[in-house]
Design a protein around this ligand. Structure first.
Ligand SMILES: Nc1ncnc2c1ncn2[C@@H]1O[C@H](COP(=O)(O)OP(=O)(O)OP(=O)(O)O)[C@@H](O)[C@H]1O
Ligand SMILES: [Mg+2]
Length: 237
């Protein structure tokens, strides 16, 4: 884990159709803790996460892990806001990444069944995953991402359409993963959740990192008026 970090972005920039979506950004992430990314709609949170994960092409600057890029890619996973379900059963969806990595089908399905139970889908093992509700899909996507025990997990609003109970389930799983050493980098619009999970907060505005602080300091009183306004629920220009 230690050798994967720091993750260093220098002048990193993502531009599409002549418009800068994110950057230029200078950022250094260390190997410990949970980073929560917050900011208004359209600020660039999703773009930033995808850029850091390496699935959004950069138009300038550099992004370097502490290890080789291929190794870093192998050791990280991403949970999308609207996860795609394969036309297979719940258990086979969760088992798929393990099977891809060479685990025998029986073993992979047994581990997947354990994960299904953890996300309260233990009774739905053989249901087609395409028929799950939005919230159930998000939980499945989390299990599918964690089953290979990634060292780094990016999550883009993983609880966006979940009710309170499912949100707690997800948070408990995330806390346990973090306690076991998984490095979490996650966006959310839920400030209660941000406070419960964050060790550090990245506040994004207009595609730039406006503030990057330890969570306790940030929630006690952000440095910038824009972050304060955002926490107050005001419109941030
Ligand atoms: N592939 C793309 N091509 C062009 N513009 C894009 C693309 N992806 C995102 N954008 C634009 O980039 C800006 C930032 O989008 P992004 O999805 O990163 O914001 P966000 O902070 O995640 O917002 P939200 O809170 O609504 O999820 C938006 O104006 C969006 O329309
Ligand atoms: Mg987004």
């Amino acid at each position: 884990m230690r050798e994967m970090f720091p993750l260093v972005a220098k002048d990193a920039l993502v531009r599409r159709n002549g418009r800068v979506l994110v950057g230029p950004i200078d950022l250094q992430l260390e190997g410990k803790g949970t980073t929560i990314v917050i900011g208004p709609n359209g600020a660039g949170k999703t773009t930033l996460l995808k850029m850091l994960h390496g699935i959004m092409r950069m138009n300038g600057g550099s992004l370097d892990w502490g290890c080789a890029r291929e190794e870093a890619q192998r050791r990280q996973a991403f949970v999308f806001q609207s996860p795609v379900m394969m036309r297979r059963s719940v258990v086979d969806n969760i088992a798929y990444p393990l099977q891809l990595a060479g685990t025998a089908r029986k073993d992979a399905r047994a581990q997947a069944a354990d994960w299904a139970a953890r996300i309260s889908l233990g009774d739905a093992l053989d249901r087609p995953a395409t028929r799950l509700s939005g919230g159930e899909r998000q939980k499945l996507a989390l299990a599918r991402a964690l089953i290979r025990k990634p060292d780094v997990l990016f999550l883009d609003e993983p609880c966006a359409s979940l009710d309170g109970r499912a949100t707690r389930e997800i948070e408990d799983i995330l806390k346990q993963a973090a306690a076991e050493g998984t490095r979490l980098i996650m966006s959310t619009h839920n400030m209660g959740q941000a406070q419960r999970l964050a060790d550090e907060v990245l506040f994004v505005l207009h595609g730039r990192i406006h503030e990057f602080s330890p969570a306790a300091a940030f929630f006690a009183g952000p440095q910038t008026s824009q972050a304060q306004a955002f926490l107050n629920g005001d419109i941030v220009e």
